[in-house]
Design a protein around this ligand. Sequence first.
Ligand SMILES: Nc1ncnc2c1ncn2[C@@H]1O[C@H](COP(=O)(O)OP(=O)(O)OP(=O)(O)O)[C@@H](O)[C@H]1O
Ligand SMILES: O=P(O)(O)OC[C@H]1O[C@H](OP(=O)(O)OP(=O)(O)O)[C@H](O)[C@@H]1O
Ligand SMILES: [Mg+2]
Length: 281
Amino acid sequence: MLRVAVPNKGTLAGPAVDMLREAGYRQRLDSRELVLADPENNIEFYYLRPRDIAVYVGEGTLDVGITGRDLLLDSGAPAKEILPLGFARSTFRFAAQPGTATSVEDLEGLRIATSYPGLVHKYLADRGVSAQVTRLDGAVETAIKLGVADVIADVVQTGATLRQAGLELFGEALLESEAVLIKRNGVADPDGLDLLVRRLQGVLVARDYVLMDYDIRADRIDEACQITPGLEGPTVSPLHREGWVAVRVMVPRSDAQRLMDELWGIGARAILVTNIHACRL
Ligand SMILES: Nc1ncnc2c1ncn2[C@@H]1O[C@H](COP(=O)(O)OP(=O)(O)OP(=O)(O)O)[C@@H](O)[C@H]1O
Ligand SMILES: O=P(O)(O)OC[C@H]1O[C@H](OP(=O)(O)OP(=O)(O)O)[C@H](O)[C@@H]1O
Ligand SMILES: [Mg+2]
């Protein structure tokens, strides 16, 4: 039975459960359930604090887990990423009141508040900068206002939290993070992992791609295939109408409107876009 750690709270929890459901797994209905077995799929889900997931997986107590890349690296646990999952995207940045610092070198001797001390210590050590790092559980922005820190290092998504606190970003991003599937370093893949990965990849593709159908004159099919090459090549079928063909092809969801314009421009008609409910490539 594959044992999978799933975030039970915070930003990662909802999207992780949604993704597992979309991949065809049973998920808990009651947030007080701590473990849920899905014997039909030979898998068991353990609902744990996001920050603890890399620890359990690194120790080998659980086979794989879903966590944030930032949490994985901060933990220092002997576990590695096997699949990026495309949600809970964020950057990890330094911020302070305007005029405090402009680059990482300016951090020498300053006090930094963060919920990710492992990440910050490593980043500073790699650059030979010595600063005092204080670990706080959250709401680190307030640490500056209260005089506990000069600088914070925190997760930034829209930047709205920082703006509201009157803080400014400086320096480069320490990290680009998103949710990731992780497994323990140096062990063979546990039974059933390949199936889990294939199912999750299917969800990612179904989210990122749409199916496009259109009709086009047969003499323009080469141009059309250049616009929509597909993953392995479009399916081209004869139409009852003489000299025309029907094309079916997967395209990135974010490009769909532009591709429809281009196809229309070369004479394609009856262009339809539909969602992919599930797929296995
Ligand atoms: N606003 C956000 N947008 C995107 N990702 C976020 C955001 N806040 C936190 N994360 C990501 O969520 C993970 C942290 O989850 P965690 O549950 O520890 O904190 P949280 O989601 O902020 O919840 P809480 O602060 O309520 O405990 C990290 O991978 C982090 O990058
Ligand atoms: O850039 P933004 O879109 O504003 O998002 C980033 C903020 O979201 C998270 O805070 P959360 O609400 O989880 O509170 P916390 O600081 O207590 O974790 C994170 O810690 C940042 O503060
Ligand atoms: Mg938070």
